[in-house]
Design a protein around this ligand. Sequence first.
Ligand SMILES: Nc1ncnc2c1ncn2[C@@H]1O[C@H](COP(=O)(O)OP(=O)(O)OP(=O)(O)O)[C@@H](O)[C@H]1O
Ligand SMILES: [Mg+2]
Length: 252
Amino acid sequence: MSDYAIDITDLKKTFDGKEFVLKGIDLKIPKGSLTAIIGFSGTGKSVMLKHILGLFKPTSGTVRILGTDLSTMDDNELTKFRCNYGVLFQSAALFDDMTVLENVCFPLEEHRRTLQKNQIIQIAQTKLKMVGLDPKHFNKLPSEISGGMQKRTGLARALALDPGIIIYDEPTTGLDPILTEMVDDLILQTHKLNQGTTSVMVSHDLSAAFRIADFIVMLDAGKVLLAGTAQDFFKSDIELVQRFVTKGMKHQ
Ligand SMILES: Nc1ncnc2c1ncn2[C@@H]1O[C@H](COP(=O)(O)OP(=O)(O)OP(=O)(O)O)[C@@H](O)[C@H]1O
Ligand SMILES: [Mg+2]
């Protein structure tokens, strides 16, 4: 069994057959780690995440997740396999016409059909409490709670199936500084509370990446420019890394 939750080898991707968006990504993310993926806009972060989720197929190269090569699975198997992921995008993407509690029950009703209704509700309540949502909000609609609470609800829903890998794509983009810090802390807390879970966060927010991540991976023009600890980034003499680090430090 592989010690890597995510093991990507020489991943290349072109959409039009001419220009390569990913130009040979090699990346190993250890199980149980919190990894931040950083890099300038348009460098391929989201495209790489979509390969990790099996939503895009590589032009060449392999993506192994929790020891399984995604290319060996058909669409049905992939759909089932995606229960291993919890995903939180920039928008919490909640169902507007469902209450907070119903939103978190939803994946359990879809994928844990052997559970009784009261067991499902109990799990959903536990997840909502884990992300710090007060039970008095459980029966409200998303429109009736604050943006921060919506994020918490989205995270509780992402955690519902006890995923081995949690993926955050720009979880704090567009939020005010206080909410940003709250969401970053929430990601760190969630990571610590769910021992063994691998967390991967794409972020523009460098100070958050340096503060909470075990490993940082910087992409540039479809390749990994540097992968390492915060220390490795501070010590690096790659000019682009230095520029990114200095820019990020100003936020702190
Ligand atoms: N479905 C697609 N079809 C064609 N090109 C795409 C597709 N998705 C992404 N691209 C291209 O791939 C490149 C990388 O995009 P990607 O979304 O991965 O950037 P990113 O690093 O996530 O940027 P940002 O920080 O702005 O989110 C861009 O040039 C984009 O136009
Ligand atoms: Mg992106």
